[in-house]
Design a protein around this ligand. Structure first.
Ligand SMILES: NC(=O)c1ccc[n+]([C@@H]2O[C@H](COP(=O)([O-])OP(=O)(O)OC[C@H]3O[C@@H](n4cnc5c(N)ncnc54)[C@H](O)[C@@H]3O)[C@@H](O)[C@H]2O)c1
Length: 491
């Protein structure tokens, strides 16, 4: 897969900011061009939202190789040397055409230029610009840093090579590019949304339902289905055992009934706007946009996690930053005898009713620390694919001090002993602010041949890395608690 080395984001508002956040968190260096003097403040707020969402998605993990974010005074400076240019300026054809002219003049020959437009045609935007063959619509959904789909729509001048490259580039940042075969106003997603929006407006105008009732029908019913099955798979299941043909035959005739007013739009006047805006204000119950964004993002993250657990839909695309950094990073043993195997924050979801980190999260932290050490000795995910692995066969955790949500922590790991099949590890978990020892974790690991289902001798190369660690740590005193048994001490 082609990697994006540098991206330019032209227009850094709601959508451009979301693109910048997704790209930076995927390890891409981003240059932003936006004439608004307030652009940096607004984009920083979107970045903070995205980082908060990632921390919730991968609690306790560092975000890995994140890219840089710079601001340029001109479109030309931002676009120079970029593999991907994403335009997200206001939805006006004249403005977009001017901006794409400037982008085309500064862009390199094999660039991909995507416009986030919600409905303008690529053939119109690209009509007069240089590098028109590289330009297409790449329409995302808000918030771009969490929702993966992007509709790719070429115009009359777009080359198929540019489309192919775009499919590759957007995939590389964890997205789901979908290519529309022909250009059409509003593409697919906004056409579907528009149909529902028209119906909703009629339902309010005709006094049949309020904004809240309509949203409840979506939130408590059909929306839950859409997030994981979509339109056609949902209806397939609606046919039950009788099958999809039965479903289509049964409900086809109702399309002739006067259920829908799809092509008819209610008169857009102050009265209707007031009615909808008032109902929407009532629904928000005084919550600010920032508060609602946080609620939306928390829910989206948890839905994505649920889908990931089922390896399904948008959840199947989520990239774990720790695994990505193992895949792309330098996984050699660091220098020195002090091995820092993990650092991170206490996630809000890790706390118990006392507001302190709850007991089983200590094991999660220690197991992430052990995973890091295994990567250094050559026993990471790639090694597991060869059919061998390390299994933990015994654990002893001592809880020594409390730690609250949001506090930074770090783990240092000592190799107590090893032979050609086993590793005896001792982790110290420290609070970073006070340097206090929060817990210790002692673990015995066994090298296993997974196909045979029994212990096996580790490869020489792996053993020699363990020998190096043992040699470097030879002067470290054995931890007092190592090998201690649990029990009530007699006085
Ligand atoms: N908001 C959404 O839900 C959504 C969803 C998908 C696509 N889009 C599309 O994304 C695009 C941007 O929408 P938005 O909601 O982010 O709008 P926005 O108003 O939040 O952001 C537009 C940004 O463009 C900047 N800008 C204005 N003139 C510029 C110029 N000459 N050069 C560079 N930047 C300039 C503005 O300062 C602003 O920061 C539109 O085409 C819109 O249709 C929006």
């Amino acid at each position: 897969m082609t990697k994006i080395n540098k991206a330019a984001v032209v227009g850094g508002g709601v959508i451009g900011g979301g693109w910048a956040a997704r790209l930076v968190l995927a390890g891409v260096d981003v240059a932003v061009a936006d004439p608004d003097p307030d652009a940096k403040r607004k984009l920083d707020a979107i970045m903070a939202n995205a980082e908060r969402a990632m921390a919730r998605l991968w609690p306790g993990q560092t975000l890995g190789n994140i890219g840089s974010l710079t601001y340029e005074d001109s479109i030309g400076a931002a676009v120079a040397g970029a593999d991907l240019v994403q335009e997200s300026a206001p939805e006006r054809l004249d403005l977009k055409k001017r901006i794409h002219q400037e982008i085309g003049e500064a862009a390199s020959d094999d660039v991909v230029i995507g416009s986030s437009t919600s409905g303008l045609l690529p053939s119109e935007i690209q009509a007069d610009m240089p590098h028109a063959d590289r330009m297409m619509v790449a329409h995302p959904y808000n918030p771009v840093y969490l929702l993966p789909v992007v509709e790719i729509v070429g115009g009359a001048k777009t080359s198929s090579a540019a489309i192919a490259k775009a499919m590759d580039l957007y995939t590389s940042i964890g997205m789901k590019p979908v290519h529309l075969q022909k250009e059409i106003d509003a593409f697919v997603g906004d056409r579907l949304l528009e149909a529902m929006w028209r119906e909703s407006l009629w339902l309010i105008k005709d006094g049949i339902a309020t904004a809240e009732t309509i949203d409840d029908v979506v939130r408590y019913g059909l929306g839950l289905r859409y997030a994981q099955m979509g339109q056609f798979m949902t209806y397939r299941l609606g046919g039950g055992e009788a099958g999809v043909r039965h479903f289509l035959e049964q409900f086809g005739p109702s399309l002739q009934w006067p259920w829908t007013k799809l092509m008819d739009v209610p008169e857009w006047n102050d009265e209707l706007i007031d009615m909808i805006a008032t109902q929407s204000d009532d629904q928000a119950k005084g919550k600010s946009i920032a508060e609602l964004e946080e609620i939306r993002d928390n829910n989206l993250v948890d839905i994505l996690k649920a889908l990931k657990a089922n390896d399904w839909g948008a959840g199947a695309l989520i990239q774990n930053p720790a695994e990505e950094s193992v895949k792309s990073g330098n996984n050699n043993l660091p220098d020195g005898n002090v091995l820092e195997t993990w650092s991170g924050l206490v996630d809000q979801s890790w706390t118990d009713y006392n507001g302190h980190m709850t007991e089983f999260r200590y094991l999660e932290v220690f197991s992430m620390a052990t995973d890091r050490l295994l990567v250094w000795i050559g026993g990471g995910p790639a090694y597991v694919e060869t059919g061998a692995s390390w299994y933990t066969i015994e654990t002893h955790i001592k809880h020594l001090d409390e730690v609250a949500a949001g506090k930074p922590m770090r783990v240092e790991t000592q190799l107590v002993q090893h032979d050609d099949k086993r590793v005896h590890l001792f982790h110290h978990l420290y609070g970073v602010e006070k340097g206090n020892l929060l817990a210790t974790g002692e673990h015995m690991l066994m090298h296993v041949d997974m196909a045979a289902g029994r212990s096996s001798v580790m490869p020489d190369a792996m053993k020699s890395v363990l020998d190096v660690i043992a040699e470097r740590q030879a002067d470290m005193p054995k931890p007092d608690a190592a090998g201690a048994a649990i029990g009530i001490r007699q006085k």
